[in-house]
Design a protein around this ligand. Structure first.
Ligand code: MCN
Length: 782
C-alpha cells in the first residue's frame, strides 16, 4: 500500500502550516477576553518587602493586580517536580518551595511576582511596569561549579550548600579497582553549555472561567494536555479535573520546553476565576529567554581506564548539574536517570561509577530539552574515547570498535538493559558514506589552502520511549508513562485515531494515519488523527522522550488489532465464511481465494446496522487500547563530522556531516530524516554558537537573538543520512524513537572534529574567538 508503513508520504498537516492557516493558541479568540502580563523580578535574588499596585490599578482599563500571598490564601499549590531522587547517603532530595507567584523571595531574573489583568495587551504590560515592588537585594549563587561551595548565598534558606541531591549510580569500589589496575587512564574536564530552547512559537495560554458552569478551559502550548490537567487539578488545586478542559491546539515546536506547567498557566486560570474574565497571555521573546526552562549546564570530570589492548576497564564520572532556582518537572530525572544510566554508551564496560550533585542557583530552572541528559552523557563518553585513542596512538574508530557491545540484550553496569543494535554495521555505513579513507587527501588539500581540516566521530546510544511503568517505578517516579489510543471506524468507513500523544512538529497526523492505512489498505486521507484536547481524547501521557513512536503508535497497533479482529468476525458472518479465511487488503475484506468481498464502507455500515451482526456482538466499530512497554527502546547511531577551521580567524565550517542511525522499523523515512536534520542542526548550534550566559549578579546577558546565536541555513551543510535497522523487541512495530537522536549525537561529533583539526581541546560553544584562542595557546612554547 503506497501510504503504508515505510512510505515517504508527504506530511498531511503541512498544507495548513504552509498556507499560514495553522491554529495556534494565540490565534484563538474567546468571549469576555482580557490580557495578562506578569510583574517579573529584575533581580536574581531578593526579598520582597512590599508590593504597591495602586498606580497600576488607577490606570484606566486595568482590571486587577493579583499577588503571591493572595494566590496562597486561595490554596493554590506549589509547583512540583516529578521524579523523587534519593541521595547516596539515603537522604531524600531537598525541594525548595516554588510558588507560581513568589511570596517572600524572588530567586531568578524573571521570577513572577504578580499578574496584571487589563483590557489590552499593551495596557497590561504598561501596568505591570507601574507595579512597585520593594526588594531587598541579596547576593546570588550563579556559577554551577561554585554553588555548593561554603559561603555561597543560599537560594532556599533551608537548603544547605544549595544541594538538591547527591546521587550515584554504578559501583565505585569496582570502578576504582578497574582504574587502579589500568594500563592507561585518560582524564578529561568538560563543561556542557547551558542552552535556551527557542521553539518558534513562544509559550502562550488562554484561561477561560465560566462562572455559570463553574468550569475552566485552558488553551495552552502544551506537549501533554492530559498531564497538564491532572497536575493543575491534583497538585495545584486550580480546578477539579472534571471541570477543567485543556486544549493544546497547533503548537509551534516544544523540544521539551513545553512539557511543564509553568507559573503562567496556573496563575492565568486562577486569575480568570478571580476576575471573571478570560485571560490571554503570550510570552514576548525576551520573556521566553528569561523564563522558558533552560537545559544542559553540567560541569564534569571523568576518567576512563584501559588495559594494554585498549579494552575499557573502568569509567568514573563526577558531575555538578545546575537545576536553577527551582526543581522543575523533569529537572531531577534529567541529570540522573536520563544521564548516568547512559554512560556505558555503545561499549562493554565492566565497571562504571557516576556521581551527580544537583545544585540550586539563582537562574531560571533547568530541565529537559531535546535529548535531556543523553546528549550530556554522549558528550562525556565520546570526548573521552577520542582523547584516549589519541593518547594511546590508536585509531579513534578502531578503539570504539574494539569495545563495542555485540550481544543483546546487554545489561549495563548502570541499570539499563539495551534491547538491540548492530554498532559495527552502522559505523561501517557511516565511514563509507563519509569516505573516511579519502580524508587524509582532503586534509592535505585543505592545508595547501591554509585551512585545518579535522574529522570527528560520535557513536551513541539513547534510551527512548519514556517510560515503561516498570522502569519508571524502579527509577524513582510514581507514574508509569504508558500511552493510549482509540480507533474509530465510522459508518462510512473513514477512520479516526484518538491518541494521547501530542504532535508539535513531529508529523503525527501523517505517521499515525499510515498505521491504519497500512493495516486496511486505505489512503491516509481517509484517516484523521485527533489529539491535544482532554474533552475529546481518552487520557494520555503526551509527547517527550521520543515516545510517540514506540509507545503511542504501539497503543494504536493494539487498538487496530482489536478492530481487525472484529472486522473479520463481521465479514465472516456477512459472507458466511470462516473468520480465518478473511483477508483484509486494498480497502476491502474478502474470502481468500474467492471474489466474495466487502468494501471498507460496507464493513463500516454493517458494524452500525445491528440487524446483521453475529449474535451477541455489540454494534459499532471502535476500540481502545493502552500500551505499556516492557522496557525502553534504544536507538543508536554513528555520526561523522568533517570541519575546516581557518587558523587566522578561528571560524569553523562544517564541510560534511554524515548521520547513520538505527531507529528499528521506520514508518516514514522522510519524516524521520526531517527529525534527524532538525536535531543535528540543534546540536550544531550547541557545539558552535549557542550558550546562555548569566553575569556574576545573575543578570541574563543572552536575553535576545542579538546575544544568543541560533544556527542558520548557511551554518550547516547538506546532511548525508543512512539507516541501519535492528528492530526493537520491546514494541509490536520494532520501532525506536528518532526525535532526539540528532541532538544527542551531533555536538560531540562537531567538537571532536574541531579538536582533530586544531590538535587541542576546545569547549562548547566553539565560537571563532574560543577556537582562535585555543590555536594560539597550543602554538605557544610550553
Ligand atoms: N517515526 C518513524 N519511524 C521511527 C520512529 C519515529 O516514522 N522509527 C516518526 C513518528 O511516527 C513521528 C516522528 O517520527 O512522526 C517522531 O517520532 P518519535 O521519535 O517517537 O518522537 P515523538 O513523536 O515522541 O516526538 C518527541 C521528540 C522529542 S522528545 C523532541 S524534544 C522533539 C522531537 O520529537 N521536539 C520536536 N522532534 C521535534 N520536532 C519538531 N518539529 N518540533 C519539536 O518540538
Amino acid at each position: 500500500m503506497s501510504d503504508g508503513i515505510g512510505a515517504r508520504v508527504k506530511r498531511k498537516e503541512d498544507k495548513r502550516f504552509l498556507l499560514g492557516k495553522g491554529k495556534y493558541t494565540d490565534d484563538i479568540r474567546v468571549e469576555n477576553q482580557s490580557y495578562g502580563a506578569f510583574v517579573r523580578s529584575p533581580h536574581a535574588h531578593a526579598r520582597i518587602k512590599g508590593i504597591d499596585a495602586s498606580a497600576a490599578l488607577a490606570m484606566d482599563g486595568v482590571i486587577a493586580v493579583h499577588t503571591g500571598p493572595e494566590l496562597k490564601a486561595d490554596g493554590i499549590g506549589d509547583i512540583i517536580t516529578g521524579w523523587a531522587i534519593t541521595s547516596k547517603d539515603g537522604e531524600a532530595m531537598k525541594i525548595g518551595a516554588w510558588s507560581p507567584l513568589a511570596t517572600e523571595k524572588v530567586r531568578y531574573v524573571g521570577d513572577s511576582v504578580a499578574i496584571v489583568v487589563a483590557e489590552t495587551q499593551a495596557l497590561a504590560r504598561l501596568a505591570a511596569e507601574a507595579v512597585e515592588v520593594d526588594y531587598e537585594e541579596l547576593a546570588p549563587a550563579v556559577a554551577t561549579g561554585e554553588a555548593m561551595n561554603p559561603g555561597q548565598p543560599l537560594v532556599h534558606d533551608e537548603i544547605a550548600n544549595n544541594m538538591c541531591f547527591d546521587w550515584e549510580v554504578g559501583d565505585e569500589a569496582k570502578t576504582d579497582a578497574g582504574l587502579a589496575g589500568a594500563a592507561h587512564v585518560t582524564e578529561i574536564d568538560l563543561i556542557n553549555n547551558r542552552l535556551s530552547p527557542n521553539a518558534i512559537e513562544p509559550r502562550s495560554a488562554i484561561a477561560v472561567y465560566d462562572d455559570a458552569e463553574d468550569h475552566y478551559t485552558l488553551y495552552s502550548t502544551s506537549q501533554n494536555p492530559h498531564v497538564a490537567r491532572l497536575v493543575l487539578s491534583a497538585f495545584y488545586n486550580v480546578a477539579p479535573e472534571h471541570k477543567l478542559r485543556v486544549i493544546a491546539p497547533d503548537v509551534g515546536g516544544g523540544f521539551g520546553s513545553k512539557i511543564y506547567i509553568y507559573p503562567e498557566e496556573i496563575t492565568c486560570l486562577w486569575a480568570s476565576m478571580k476576575t471573571g474574565r478570560s485571560i490571554r497571555w503570550t510570552a514576548e521573546r525576551s520573556e521566553s529567554f528569561m523564563t522558558d526552562a533552560h537545559a544542559r549546564d553540567h560541569v564534569t570530570t571523568a576518567k576512563m581506564g584501559f588495559d594494554a589492548d585498549g579494552n575499557i576497564v573502568g569509567f568514573k564520572v563526577d558531575t555538578i548539574a545546575n537545576i536553577g532556582a527551582y526543581a522543575s518537572l523533569f529537572a531531577t530525572a534529567t541529570p540522573t536517570y536520563l544521564y548516568g544510566t547512559l554512560l556505558s554508551g555503545q561499549y562493554a564496560m565492566p565497571a562504571i561509577y557516576c556521581n551527580v550533585k544537583a545544585v540550586y542557583t539563582n537562574t531560571v530552572p533547568v530541565d529537559a530539552y531535546r535529548g535531556a541528559g543523553r546528549p550530556e552523557a554522549t558528550y562525556v563518553v565520546e570526548r573521552i574515547m577520542e582523547k584516549a585513542a589519541r593518547e594511546m596512538n590508536m585509531d579513534v574508530a578502531e578503539l570504539r570498535r574494539k569495545n563495542f557491545i555485540r550481544e543483546f540484550p546487554y545489561q549495563t553496569e548502570v541499570l539499563l538493559a539495551y534491547d538491540a543494535g548492530d554498532f559495527d554495521a552502522v559505523l561501517n555505513m557511516a565511514q563509507e558514506a563519509a569516505d573516511v579513507a579519502g580524508f587524509p587527501a582532503r586534509q592535505a588539500e585543505a592545508a595547501s589552502r591554509g585551512k585545518m581540516r579535522g574529522i570527528g566521530y560520535s557513536c551513541f546510544i539513547e534510551a527512548c520511549g519514556l517510560a515503561p511503568s516498570a522502569a519508571a517505578g524502579s527509577l524513582g517516579s510514581g507514574v508509569g508513562l504508558w500511552e493510549s489510543a482509540e480507533v474509530r471506524v465510522n459508518p462510512v468507513g473513514t477512520i479516526e485515531i484518538l491518541t494521547g500523544a501530542h504532535s508539535h512538529g513531529q508529523g503525527h497526523e501523517t505517521t499515525f494515519a499510515q498505521l491504519a492505512a497500512d493495516r486496511f489498505g486505505l489512503p491516509i486521507d481517509n484517516v484523521a488523527i485527533v489529539h491535544g484536547d482532554t474533552d475529546k481524547v481518552q487520557f494520555g501521557m503526551g509527547t517527550y522522550g521520543s515516545r510517540s513512536g514506540p509507545v503511542g503508535m504501539s497503543a494504536v497497533m493494539k487498538a487496530l488489532d482489536k478492530v481487525e479482529a472484529k472486522v473479520k468476525k463481521i465479514v465472516a458472518h456477512s459472507l458466511e465464511a470462516a473468520e480465518d479465511d478473511i483477508v483484509i487488503e486494498g480497502g476491502e475484506a474478502k474470502i481468500a481465494g474467492t471474489d466474495k468481498k466487502m468494501a471498507w464502507h460496507e464493513i463500516g455500515l454493517a458494524a452500525y446496522m445491528a440487524h446483521n451482526l453475529p449474535e451477541g456482538m455489540e454494534p459499532g466499530l471502535k476500540e481502545t487500547s493502552f500500551f505499556d512497554p516492557v522496557n525502553f527502546s534504544f536507538p543508536s547511531g554513528c555520526f561523522i563530522c568533517e570541519v575546516e577551521v581557518d587558523p587566522e580567524t578561528g571560524v569553523t565550517q562544517i564541510v560534511q556531516f554524515v548521520a547513520a542511525d538505527d531507529f528499528g522499523t521506520i514508518i516514514n523515512p522522510m519524516i524521520v530524516e526531517g527529525q534527524v536534520h532538525g536535531g543535528v542542526t540543534q546540536g550544531i548550534g550547541q557545539a558552535l554558537m549557542e550558550g546562555v550566559v548569566y553575569d556574576d549578579d545573575g543578570q541574563l546577558l543572552t536575553g535576545s537573538y542579538m546575544d544568543y546565536t541560533m544556527p542558520r541555513a548557511d551554518d550547516v551543510p547538506s546532511y548525508t543520512i543512512g539507516h541501519g535497522c535492528t528492530p526493537s523487541p520491546n514494541n509490536p512495530l520494532g520501532l525506536k524513537g528518532c526525535g532526539e537522536a540528532g541532538a544527542i549525537g551531533s555536538p560531540v561529533a562537531v567538537i571532536n572534529a574541531i579538536v582533530d583539526a586544531i590538535g587541542t581541546d576546545v569547549e562548547m560553544p566553539a565560537t571563532p574567538s574560543r577556537v582562535w584562542a585555543a590555536i594560539q595557546s597550543s602554538a605557544m612554547p610550553q
